[in-house]
Design a protein. Structure first.
Length: 143
């Protein structure tokens, strides 16, 4: 079982690797750039996983589109996280201070992440959402 966010449309790497401040504010590339820097990763697009699985002798058995469920879960976790941050402001400020001192670049991206909330941006809008969350079930071929 693989659970993963996928880009609905293939992103232009030359745009997404740019610093968010070099991109139009609140453009798709701006949000993808923040996500790419914050999570140090890249989302697959379309059938990327299915094609990669074939190379490993796996075949897709079933796929579920779980974007709305994932958004609801993200909202619930976000509320819990916000409550925890409010209850532990001193500790959170100490973490941010430490991050700002040790890794100012990541601190800046973290502040953009907090300000623009790219996590929810990618899941909002139903079929118009920039990302889709898929559950994919694979099995070895020949079974």
């Amino acid at each position: 079982m693989v659970t993963s966010l996928h880009c609905r449309q293939r992103q232009n790497p030359c745009q997404v690797i740019k610093h968010p401040m070099a991109l139009p504010s609140q453009s798709d590339e701006f949000y993808w750039s923040i996500l790419n820097r914050f999570y140090s990763g890249w989302y697959p697009t379309g059938d990327d996983y299915v094609l990669a699985a074939r190379d490993s002798n796996l075949q897709l058995v079933r796929e579920w589109e779980m974007t709305a469920h994932y958004l609801r879960t993200s909202i619930d976790w976000g509320l819990l996280n916000s409550a925890a941050e409010r209850a532990h402001r001193k500790e959170v400020l100490a973490l941010y201070k430490n991050l700002a001192t040790r890794d100012p670049r990541y601190f800046f991206i973290s502040m953009l992440y907090e300000l623009y909330d790219p996590w929810r941006w990618q899941l909002l809008g139903g079929a118009a959402s920039p990302a889709i969350h898929k559950w994919q079930l694979y099995q070895l071929r020949g079974r």
